[in-house]
Design a protein around this ligand. Structure first.
Ligand code: C2E
Ligand code: MN
Ligand code: MN
Length: 405
């Protein structure tokens, strides 16, 4: 099967633009051997390349390109399949935009297309090329520092000593993970994540319960989270707790119960955030909406968790606006290298900005992910990069710092 891949990247400082021609000729020979064709655009600073060939060969060539340290900020923009090559000439011609007058460059580029088809102008690949040539792609391009310019303040460690022991009859415990403002080096909130005996993960805890007890166990477990918060003396920090949306719907007086427990542990409803995932909400929206009204009336905030991973997504936001949106880890992982993820997250940010909804990026593990998200305007983060969840304790946070030059 014929596959197409497009990426963009930036020329490293160590390579002079004059050397680019020679480098391209060298790799063009390798591409030709693998029958990978395409086109490579260069504007003096950025590369923009289309690769066409069999799935395996394109993959192999792209892997090699990714390892090359003569360019950086490499972002994969498109992966697709096509019946025929757009650029069928052997090798990989370099198309240097600086050799053309601005108004002639698109036509010159289209002359390189070997596929003879009327519809080529509407082809996604050609549209991508035009966007680069016309500089429109710059609107969404966020260049980041190489990760090697950055380090973390304290060693990553999950070995935080529990500072509080649960009661012997307690059937579940909580691990805490900070949500941080990395620029101001502040913990802004703390998420309580449920754990079974001996720190077993949430899924294990819930799976050993009979189906009929799930919602009750979920709701009543929150008392332990509030207790832990009191014992650790969270002060003015916000505490986020997770609830299945149906735990608020199926249990009578669920919201009153929550508010009572919050107060009983000396917390204020205003410092509690309830996180719900989108997929369960849609099934009984009206009842859920009523529970939300009660929560909000008491001063409790609402966060939409794992945003982008479920079914409802943006249409849910049309009917219901939470105070916070937590972007799911699947969209955050390797965001610095993925054009589609970048486009989606930028759209989420724009939408949430218009609705004055706070955005939190979840599952940040790499410095590069954080650098890109910072560049995009994200302020709040949760992830192993900063701190892993710690059982019955508030873990220390590692902060990114720029290495001295
Ligand atoms: P969540 O609410 O989205 O919580 C974040 C999960 O991602 C946590 O997993 C956390 O340990 C993990 N995580 C955080 N940062 C990173 C990272 O950088 N990389 C990776 N790979 N993972 C990261 P955990 O504790 O296993 O919780 C899984 C899910 O279980 C939670 O996802 C939440 O949906 C659910 N859950 C947790 N506590 C409760 C609860 O009390 N009630 C209910 N109904 N669900 C809960
Ligand atoms: Mn959560
Ligand atoms: Mn989540």
């Amino acid at each position: 099967m014929l596959s197409t891949l497009i990426y963009r990247s930036q020329l490293s400082d160590s390579v002079t633009p004059e050397r680019v021609k020679a480098l391209v000729e060298h790799s063009s020979i390798k591409n030709a051997a693998a029958e990978v064709t395409g086109i490579l655009l260069f504007d003096g600073q950025h590369f923009f390349q289309v690769l066409e060939g069999t799935v395996d060969n394109v993959h192999a060539v792209f892997e090699r390109i990714c390892q090359d340290d003569r360019h950086f900020n490499l972002i994969e923009l498109m992966r697709d399949y096509a019946p025929a090559r757009r650029f069928g000439h052997a090798g990989m011609a370099l198309f240097d935009l600086r050799d053309y007058e601005k108004h002639t460059v698109v036509d010159a580029l289209l002359k390189r297309v070997t596929l003879n088809d009327e519809r080529i102008r509407h082809d996604r690949v050609v549209k991508f090329l035009r966007s680069f040539v016309e500089g429109r792609d710059k609107e969404t391009f966020i260049g980041i520092d190489p990760a090697s310019h950055w380090t973390l303040t304290t060693p990553l460690t999950a070995d935080v000593q529990p500072s509080w022991q649960p009661q012997p009859d307690q059937r579940c415990e909580f691990a805490l993970q900070p949500i941080v403002d990395a620029t101001n080096r502040q913990i802004v909130s703390c998420e309580a994540l449920i754990r079974g005996l001996h720190g077993a993960p949430p899924a294990d805890y819930f799976s050993q319960l009979p189906e009929s007890e799930r919602y009750q166990a979920d709701l009543y477990s929150k008392t332990y989270a509030f207790q832990l918060a009191r014992h650790l003396g969270l002060g003015e920090l916000t505490l986020s707790v997770n609830l299945l949306p149906m735990s608020l719907v199926m249990i009578d007086d669920a919201v009153e119960h929550l508010i009572q427990q919050i107060r009983l542990q000396g917390l204020r409803p205003e410092q509690v955030v309830v996180e719900v995932t989108e997929d369960e909400i849609i099934s009984r929206f009206d009842e859920f909406q009523f529970a939300v009204q009660q929560l909000k009336a008491a001063g409790i905030s609402l966060a939409l968790d794992d945003f982008g991973a479920g079914f409802a997504g943006l249409s849910l936001l049309a009917d219901f606006q939470p105070d916070k949106v937590k972007i799911d880890r699947k969209l955050i992982t390797d965001i610095h290298r993925s054009g589609p993820r970048q486009a989606i997250v930028l759209a989420i940010l724009k939408c949430c900005q218009a609705l004055e909804i706070t955005v939190i990026a979840e599952g940040v593990e790499k410095i590069e992910e954080w650098l890109w998200l910072e560049g995009a305007g994200v302020r709040y983060y949760q992830g192993f990069l900063f701190a892993r969840p710690a059982l019955n304790a508030l873990p220390a946070v590692s902060w990114p710092v720029r290495r001295p030059k």
